[in-house]
Each structure stands twice: as C-alpha cells, then as structure tokens.
Design a protein around this ligand. Structure first.
Ligand code: AMP
Length: 548
C-alpha cells in the first residue's frame, strides 16, 4: 500500500482558539447578565482568559483525563470552560440544570467529577446535594457577588482564580483521541447514560456544523445559541462560531420570549438556535409586541419536531427562514437538517413547508439506514418505516462505563437511534414514532417508565401507563392512564407521590382512569394502542375507528 504524504495535523480543540486569536481577535462575545446589562469582550480577551483557565485548573489539581462539571446557563464563563477544560486535557462534563436531585447526584458520582464550576444564580439547586457528591474536591463559583453566601464545601470564586493565574499556558490536549466532553442523556428507565466526546470527534463535528448543508455559520454571522450549553454541547455552535469568528450572543438566564425578541432585534441576530417550545413562545410574543426580526437568516430548530404550521407562520408572517434539524446527544448532536435544495426551486409554498417540516437531509459525515423488526434494511421510498440507525465521524460507539451494550449498538457498527422513520428517495428523513418510551417536553426528557413504576407503587393504583400527548406549547406532555385499585384515585395525592421523586415538570398534565390497559400479544402494555386511543390530545378513552 502506498500511504499519502500529508501532515498528521491534530484534531484538537486548541486549533480553534489559536485560529480565532489570529484571524478574528476583534470580533465580540456578548453575554446578558442577570440584571439585564451586557458583558462584552473580544476574542483576544477570550483567548487570554481560556489560557489563564488552563493554569487555574492545573493549580486546582485537575489532571488530563479528569472530569470537571459545569452547572451553568449560556454565558461567557461557560464558553471559557468549554475551551479551557478540554485545553487542560480534562473533560468538560456539562450538567443539565433541569435534572432531579437524584439524577444529578447519580451522574456526578458516576462521572466521578473532580471539580464543579457553578453559576452563582444556580447555587440553590446544587447546594442541597453537595454533601452526597463523592468525588468532588472543589467547587468554583462564577457570576456571583463576593458577598453572596456560598454553602458549598471548598468553594472558590472563579474571578479570584483567574486573577492569580498566568496567561502563559501550554495546551495539555496533546492527543486527538483524548476525551473532551461528557454529556448524559436520558434512558427510558433507570439513570441517564454518558456520551464521551473526543477532541477528534468534536473537531470533525465542528467542521460538519460549519458546512452550508448543516448550520453553516460564517464570520459575518451574529449567533444566538438559545439551546443550553448543557444540551448536547449547544448543538456544536460554540465551537463552530469560535472557529469562523462569528459574533456570539449568550442569553444567560434570559430565555423568556420578550427578552429573546429584544436581543434578536437589538443585536441584529442572524442565526438563532433553540427547541420548538422557545420559537413557539417567541412567535406569540411577536404577534403581541411586534419587533423587527428580519435580520434572521436562519432560525434553527431541533430537539423535537417543529410543527409545520409554525414553520409556515414564521415564513409567512415574519419572512423568517426556518432550518429544522434533527440530532441526538449521541451524535454530538447534528444528524440532519431540512434545508431546501436547488431542485426544490420550482416548488410552491406548501411544497416547501412540507419539506422543511421533515427532519431533514443527512449532513455529509453521517451515514444512515432504516432497519425493520427482523433486522433487515428497508427501502428509502418515503413510506416504509423502520428504526433509524446511524454511524459516522461524530457518533458514539459506546456509553461511558457501559460495555457490551447490544441494546443500543449493533454488532456491525451502527448506533440504534430509537427513532422510527421513513426516508424518501431524495434522502429526506421523517420521524414517525419512537421506540424509546420517553416524553419530550420543551426539549427535556421525561421517563414514562419511571413515572409508571412510581405510580404503580402507590397503594391506590393497580396499573398505570404513561404516554406522550401532543402539546402546542411543550411539544409533548405526559398523560397518565391508570386502573384504580378501587373506585378512583385522588389526582392530588398521585401528584404529591410523584413529586417526592421527580421534578415538577414531570407531573402528568392529565390522569385518565380506565378499566383495563390494553396489552400486546406478549402481555406488555400496548403503548401504540394507548397512543391511538388518546391521539391528538383527545381524552376520550375509546379507540378511534381506523381510516378506511
Ligand atoms: P437528545 O439526545 O436529548 O437531543 O434527544 C434526541 C432525540 O430527540 C432524537 O432521537 C429524537 O427522538 C428527538 N428529536 C431531536 N430532534 C428532533 C426533531 N427535529 N424532530 C423530532 N424529534 C427530534
């Protein structure tokens, strides 16, 4: 074999920051602070602080390979951590602030985080569990007034650490196969599972995100990542934006429709990215209080299906182009984007919206196949359904500390997504169902199985099933169907029972009592039949006649 003679230039994250320092040092990063004022600095200053952070981490005793947690909104400090932690050879473990205390404890202990960097506004969520975090030696607090009480053991202020640290730092990410980040994602049952990104996979993902067929940010863009940094690496935008030198607008904790509308108008945002719930809220806000959002070239939406009607409404009412994306934490996360191609130029409006409502066209670098129940690959004809399996440069090959996992990974090297899809002859994918027994509400997962198990342990409940019901605001909400042991169940009591274990947003919106829960041939609860019974949010528990 004749080998090529090209350099083995490493796919490590320092390449991005070094490039930004040289190419776009004057471009800016702005953060909305808790009081509504702006914090602003340029990439040159960002670079200096990332290097200081490298030294600060070393001074804290963080070694290459150590996991370091972040518990924060989207802010400039969180962005520094995104680069500084992997730059120090350690692993940025982004903690989802919406998890229950039980889940948080589990993932921090499972990851064996050595230190946690926490936003001062989120202390009340972390302080109560701090004593049960087995491996955390240090807490570092930022975005926090020095006079504010911090009830965490071994806590330091971020800015104190930064003030002491030198800017002279040698990158410790010396190998592209080193782990860079860790993000846990919900399983159908039990505790979340960790996805461990490498420098190589994340650099290739970043190049993927930079493709025009994907999100394609450029230096000229002003990018507002509303998607939290604790959700699948904010869809890779922080890394892609820094590499191209785009202006970054970090919304901090201001995720409500009115401040978002103000930010988009005031900062002339060109790319904004978030889940459908966010854009649904913004749409209604703009109808009430009009603002000029014409600067937006791409309203990126993903994480849940974007309703076709909302895509249409944005385009029709505000002339805003929606880019509907599908991805997964396990895919870093970008998988597909529903952008129009040249061959769609003669389509009418309705045809265009149909295409945009699909989950999209696979980004180069992602390979896909559909497999039926018998494990056979099926045709891309836009009609035949099956489970979507993927592989590629930025797809996980295993969950953290979970070897020999034949449930999620096939023997021939594909990842099983748990999404049921069709793909048309042009390569556009449509999600039709999920094999994962989960509810996705406002971009956050709720485990139906965990809710069911807890409900069934209540003394008044004989049997319970939880299914997702379509919801205009949240995408999906849980509906609990239960068979009472006698007479009826008190909903308030059931809610209180669930609240002992789960966050408030997990509580079912509705409870419906039935005589019996339908079962499949092998005696499992037939969720498909239940979903059909309660389709479209109608709460009449009688099967609809099927279409002729
Ligand atoms: P997560 O890992 O939390 O990002 O969740 C990934 C899952 O969210 C996917 O497997 C899908 O079930 C769902 N999902 C993500 N994007 C979309 C989308 N555009 N439309 C429908 N479902 C989506």
């Amino acid at each position: 074999m004749l080998h090529g003679l090209m350099m083995d230039y490493p796919l490590t994250l320092d390449v991005i920051v070094e490039h930004a320092r040289r190419m776009t040092p004057r471009k800016t990063i702005k953060t909305k602070l808790p009081d509504g004022a702006w914090h602003e600095y340029d990439y040159a200053e960002f670079y200096r602080r990332v290097k200081k952070l490298g030294n600060a981490l070393a001074a804290l005793g963080v070694e290459p390979g150590d996991r370091v947690g972040t518990f924060a909104w989207n802010t400039f400090e969180h962005l520094e951590l995104y680069f500084g932690i992997p730059g120090a050879g350690a692993v940025a473990h982004t903690l989802n602030i919406r998890l229950s205390p039980e889940q948080l404890k589990f993932i921090i202990n499972h990851a064996e985080d050595k230190a946690i960097f926490v936003d001062g506004t989120l202390l009340p969520l972390l302080e109560p569990i701090a004593a049960e975090l087995e491996t955390v030696e240090r807490f570092v607090v930022f975005n926090c007034d020095q006079r504010q009480a911090v009830n965490l053991p071994n806590a330091t202020h971020y800015e104190d650490l930064m003030a002491e640290a030198s800017e002279d730092f040698e990158w410790r990410c010396t190998d592209e196969d080193m782990a860079l980040g860790l993000c846990y994602t919900s399983g159908t049952t039990g505790m979340p599972k960790g996805v461990l990104y490498s420098h190589r996979s994340m650099m290739l993902h970043t190049l993927g995100v930079m493709q025009a067929a994907a999100l394609g940010p450029t230096e000229a863009d002003v990018v507002l990542p509303v998607v939290p940094q604790f959700h699948a690496m904010a869809w890779g935008l922080p890394y892609a934006c820094a590499w191209v030198g785009a202006t970054i607008i970090m919304p901090g904790r201001h995720l409500q429709p009115a401040p978002l509308a103000e930010m988009i108008e005031g900062e002339r945002v060109t790319i904004a990215a978030g889940v459908p719930t966010i854009w649904n809220g913004l749409y209604h806000e703009l109808r009430r209080n009009p603002r000029d959002i014409s600067s937006i070239a791409q309203l990126v939406v993903g994480g849940s299906a974007m309703p076709r009607g909302l895509i249409e409404a944005y385009e029709r009412d505000f002339n805003v182009n929606v880019a509907h994306a599908w991805g997964m934490t396990e895919m870093s996360p970008i998988g597909s984007v529903s952008k129009l191609q040249t061959r769609h130029s003669d389509l009418d409006e309705a045809g265009r919206w149909d295409i945009k409502a699909k989950q999209g066209y696979f980004v180069p670098g992602v390979d896909a196949r559909i497999v039926d129940d018998d494990g056979r690959e099926v045709a891309w004809d836009g009609e035949t359904m099956g489970e979507l399996q993927v592989r590629g440069y930025w797809v996980a090959r295993q969950y953290y500390k979970l070897e020999h996992d034949h449930e999620h990974f096939t023997d021939d090297g594909w990842f099983r997504t748990g999404d049921v899809v069709t793909i048309d002859a042009d390569g556009y994918m449509t999600i039709t169902d999920r094999t994962k027994d989960l509810v996705k509400s406002g971009g956050e997962w709720i485990s139906s199985v965990d809710l069911e198990n807890r409900l069934m342990s209540h003394p008044d409940v004989l049997e319970a099933a939880v299914i997702a019901i379509a919801d205009e605001t949240w995408g999906e909400r849980p509906l609990a169907v239960q068979v009472p042991l006698e007479g009826s169940c008190d909903e308030q009591a059931l809610n209180a029972w669930l609240l002992e274990r789960f966050p408030k947003f997990w509580l079912p919106d509705r409870y419906v009592a039935v005589d019996e829960i339908p079962k499949t041939g092998v005696g499992k609860m037939d969720k498909k039949a239940l979903r059909q019974m309660f389709a479209d949010g109608e709460l009449d528990p009688h099967p609809k006649p099927s279409a002729p």
